[in-house]
Structures are given as C-alpha cells and as structure tokens.
Design a protein around this ligand. Structure first.
Ligand code: GTR
Length: 425
C-alpha cells in the first residue's frame, strides 16, 4: 500500500516536472533570447571565405544544400521518368469570363496511378502570351480555394479540422471556398497573373504515419529512395517541382516566371523546394516559422524540439538530435534562404504570430544578404525590424503584417507588387 503510494507520488512528480519543462521550453521574452552564433554561409571547409558568385554556385551551394538534406529535410529525389499529365476539365469562361480554369491530374508513374496530384490552374484571359503564375500548395483540397462548384472535390484524406468542414477525413460540398480569402484568384487574374494550386495531402497526408499511404511509400521503388531517407516536407516540396514540370508543358504559362508561395508548413515546403529546384524564379515565404525562414538558434517561439515532438514526420530522424542543441546544427535557416539567391525572395511575418518568431524571420533574411551580395543583389537595406505593415528591401524583401497567422490580401498585394517589379511587361 505504502509502496504504491510512493510510486504514484514519484510518477506524479515526474509528470509535474515534465509539464514544467515543456512550458519553459518556449520563450516569448526578448530579454531571455540570449546570444548565439550563426554559421557563416560564406565559410568554406578550408577556412577560406567564398568571394564570388561562381565559388558560391560551384562549391558552397551544393555543400550547404547537402547539409540541409542530411540534417533537416532528407534527400530530394528527381522526377519520375514516366510522369504524365491528364486534363480533367477546361473552362474558358471561368470567373465571369475573365479566366481560363484548367484541372489537370499529374500522374507520377504509369505503374501506380494512385500516385498523383490534382492541379487547379487559373489563367488570365486579358494578358496576351505566356503569363507569370503564382503557385502554392493548399491545406484542405482545391475546392477550398474558390466557391466555383465545378472544382473537383478532393477525395484524399484531409485533417478533421473544424475549419475544413470534413466528414471522416473526407471533403464535403460545404468546404467549397472556405479558404478563398487565402487565395484571391480574382485579384491575381485582374493583375495579369495565373494561379496554380494543389492539395498537399495528394503527396502525403499530414500525420506521423501518413508516409504509409503517401508517395514516400508508393514511389519508393520508382524513385529509389526509402521512406525514412526523406520527410513529409520533402514529399510536399517534391510535389511542387512536379507542378513545375507540368507548368513547363503548358503553352500559356511562362515557366521562367513562376512565383512559388507557401504559408506556414507549406512555406517550409516551398523554401525547401526552391532550394532544390532553381526553376522557381521567385519565392514567397509566408509565416513559415521554425524549420522555414525563422532562425533555429534564436530561442523565441516554436523550437526544434517542439516541432519534432508535434510533427515527428516533417523532418528526418537526424533533426531530432538537435532538439535541445540548435547550436550543433551545421546550418541555420538563413542558409536555406541563401540557397534561393540570386532569385527575388519575400519573407513575411505577422505580428500576432509570435510562434513563428517574426524577428527570427527578419534576422534570417538579413543574414542571407552576404550571399545575395555576391550576385550584386541588394537585401533588406536596414538592420532593425521595420515597423508593422511597412515592407522593406530589394531582392530580399520583408514585412511584418498586423494581425494573426494567415495569408491575406495585404500579403498578396505586396507579393503582386514584388512580382510586378520583375515580371510586369
Ligand atoms: C503549427 C506549427 C508551425 C506551423 C503551423 C502551420 O502548429 O507549429 O510550425 O507550420 O502549424 O502550418 O499552420
């Protein structure tokens, strides 16, 4: 009796300690951030520094990319050789006649036709010739992007989040257009841009065992890669490159003007995709946070340990070895941003999204500047955080919007302006 009591007491105490430790692992106090030293993206293993764009591209870039593959996101396989596209529907009078809407299924392999992704593409009719296109994955199926009833409902597993209006992990009619605010198709079309999106769950459903029914399982023989050699983020990023393959085949799309966007976890996937695939001409990271744009070494908001605990499938197993030791990581996220150079990059945060660490995202962008400078490209132009709703920078741009974790019209308006600076006729 006494023994049981003691045992229970010990167990209870352990539980209290655990909860306390968990509560204290997340910091929101700027005075407690402490000091940290970021790895220098220009430092070669020889101890010398990269001095030219050529040295960066030929020596350092492949090395840094490899370090991210080994320690964070896993290997990135190439495209399947028997990939093919099937148009499921075309509507030349979408959005009151202002756009062409196409729905295309990308089949990754002739061997297994369940491995596929559904692309929803809108192209503006008023802009002649090949048009620039914003692309990005969505969280809950293409039907959530617009209330247009002709968009095919996703038949994949979708998280049963109340906001997604799913029933038993399946999309419902009620889910049409529920994320339309995140995807301002009309505004994009009016500004002469196309939009291509696909549901990230087509690649891998987002839960720890999701790899079993996603491409990491179904394509392992075709791609010669074991599921544990890459990650969920890797699979989503791979899918973005397959969307790019499709867009290259689309006669009305300017494949040299593809603007890759991603919000939150899908922002992480977008950055990793762009690091691997230089065909993406411009990149937008919207509140990608930990494992995305935010510095891992800065102790503020989400931590490596937190992300690995809640989402053990997002990164490779080795990333867990940095749980309480971000200082041991041979890279930090400014180096991921540096892999985007010299392409225009927009990093955006939201003021009420402290979990993503806005300042850590700003500093990450700041510390990618030396690599952009090798190409003669300008960065943020300031070294302190700008005021809220005050975008700054040139080839690397940054803003912290007021409001919560989201991707809204304020964000898109600035992304469109950023794209206009490069792609406007
Ligand atoms: C959070 C996660 C973040 C971010 C976010 C999202 O729960 O901790 O890293 O990815 O989800 O994707 O909405």
């Amino acid at each position: 009796m006494r023994f049981t009591y003691l045992l229970l007491l010990i167990l209870f105490q352990n539980l209290i300690l655990k909860v306390a430790a968990q509560a204290s692992d997340v910091n929101y106090d700027e005075t407690k951030v402490g000091t940290y030293t970021l790895p220098d993206p220009l430092l070669l293993p020889s101890g010398k520094k990269v001095r030219s764009a050529t040295e960066w591209t030929q020596q350092q870039r492949p090395r840094v990319l490899q370090l991210f593959a080994e320690n964070v996101y896993g290997k990135m396989p190439g495209r399947t050789t028997d990939l093919f596209f099937k148009t499921r529907s075309i509507d030349s009078f979408a959005l009151d006649g202002k756009a062409i809407r196409k729905q295309v299924r990308i089949y990754f392999s002739k061997q297994d036709t369940t491995a596929s992704m559904d692309v929803l593409l809108y192209l503006p009719k008023k802009r002649p010739g090949k048009v620039p296109v914003f692309i990005g994955l969505n969280f809950a199926g293409n039907q959530t992007v617009s209330s247009d009833p002709r968009i095919f409902l996703s038949n994949r597993w979708i998280a049963d989040d109340a906001a997604y209006k799913t029933v038993n992990h399946q999309a419902t009619e009620a889910s049409r257009g529920i994320q339309a605010q995140r995807w301002p198709v009309d505004t994009l079309i009016a500004n002469g841009y196309g939009l291509a999106t696909a549901y990230y769950g087509d690649l891998e459903p987002d839960y720890p065992e999701g790899w079993k029914t996603g491409i990491r399982s179904s394509l392992q023989t075709t791609l010669h890669i074991k599921p544990e050699e890459w990650s969920a983020i890797g699979a989503w990023a791979w899918g973005l490159s397959r969307m790019m393959d499709y867009l290259e085949s689309e006669p009305n799309v300017n494949a040299h003007q593809i603007i890759l966007t991603g919000h939150s976890r899908l922002g992480k996937a977008a950055l990793w995709a762009a690091a691997n695939d230089t065909r993406f001409a411009m990149v937008v990271s919207n509140e990608s946070g930990e494992g995305g744009a935010a510095l891992a070494r800065r102790w503020y908001g989400e931590t490596i340990e937190r992300i690995n605990t809640t989402f053990p499938h997002w990164f490779v197993a080795k990333y867990k070895s940095y749980n309480n030791h971000p200082e041991k990581l041979p890279v930090d996220q400014h180096m991921l941003l540096a892999l985007i150079a010299p392409r225009p990059l927009y990093v955006a945060s939201a003021q009420d999204d402290q979990w993503s660490d806005p300042k850590g995202e700003f500093l990450s962008a700041k510390n990618a500047e030396p690599v952009y400078a090798l190409f003669g490209k300008k960065g943020l132009g300031i070294s302190e955080m700008p005021a809220v709703n005050h975008p700054v920078g040139a080839e690397i741009r940054y803003h912290m919007r007021s409001g919560k974790h989201d991707m809204n019209l304020y964000d898109w308006t600035h992304y469109i302006q950023f794209a206009d600076a490069y792609f406007k006729k």
